[in-house]
Design a protein. Structure first.
Length: 81
């Protein structure tokens, strides 16, 4: 058993010992589910970044000052309610 495998085994055992998980397999399934969820979020972020870059390259942008002015008005109106 390698050191990495040993520390993973210890982590699995520690998580099962907390009672939160019934088995090592359950811990692994939860870990895989979380990794898949993270990958979906990263894919969505990558797509949003690609769209933003494409918009900027195509000239579909607004001056930052205009955006900040609009946001400032919006939040001032919200805070006065």
């Amino acid at each position: 058993m390698t050191q990495a495998t040993g520390s993973l085994e210890e982590a699995l055992e520690r998580l099962v010992a907390t009672g939160r998980y019934a088995s090592k397999d359950q811990v692994i399934r939860e870990g895989v589910r979380l990794l898949e969820e993270r990958d979906r979020k990263l894919d969505a972020l990558d797509a949003a970044l690609a769209q933003g870059i494409a918009d900027a390259e195509a000239g579909r942008v607004r001056p930052a000052g205009d955006v900040f002015d609009r946001l400032e008005k919006k939040y001032k109106a919200m805070s006065s309610k």
